[in-house]
Ligand binder design. Structure first.
Ligand code: AMP
Length: 170
């Protein structure tokens, strides 16, 4: 099954000049969604991870499904003001300006093995923010996985030294 057939290109969304990779056709097709999770689980089956981290919103979809498949826990990384308990915060650079992500301070233990999952690797800014959060706890990142990677944006440079897996590369 070619997963790429289930990704729809939308021009000029959310702003002029961006080619948006729409995953909703893939989510709507049970075989494609199942295959995505199966392939991610296969890539990381030897990771030894006990938790998966995903950032809102699309990291929740693949991260939580993969956590079920692998029999591990899921940790939501969210925008400020959404998590109810004590949080850790990371602010990271975007092309223009900054953004902030939060995680519950007790979500991970030092040395715990984790996977980070998201739908798209673009500039790598979001993952950079998640890496800041996990380094505050001292968690061990055993892998970073994506459904797709926009390789021309060189996001991998923000994850040097980590194992990075993408099912589709553009
Ligand atoms: P990044 O630039 O790697 O921090 O990308 C941030 C997030 O924006 C990713 O997790 C994607 O969900 C989303 N994203 C970035 N670029 C695209 C794109 N061209 N199409 C769809 N989603 C995108």
């Amino acid at each position: 099954m070619n997963l790429q057939n289930y990704i729809r290109d939308i021009s000029n969304f959310p702003k002029e000049g961006i080619l948006f990779k729409d995953i909703t056709p893939l989510l709507a097709e049970p075989k494609a969604l199942r295959e995505t999770i199966r392939q991610l689980a296969d890539r990381f089956k030897d990771s030894g991870a006990t938790k998966i981290l995903g950032a809102e919103a699309r990291g929740f979809i693949f991260g939580a499904a993969l956590a079920c498949e692998m029999g591990v826990g899921f940790i939501p990384v969210r925008k400020p003001g959404k998590l109810p308990h004590k949080t850790l915060t990371a602010t990271y650079k975007l092309e223009y300006g900054t953004d902030t992500l939060c995680m519950h301070a007790d979500a991970l233990r030092a040395g715990e093995k984790i996977l980070i999952i998201d739908d798209v690797l673009a500039t790598g800014g979001t993952i950079g923010g998640i890496l800041q959060l996990t380094s505050q706890v001292g968690a061990e990142i055993t892998g970073i996985g994506f459904l797709m990677e926009l390789s021309f944006l060189n996001g991998r440079e923000k994850m040097l030294g980590h194992r990075v897996e993408s099912l589709i590369t553009f």
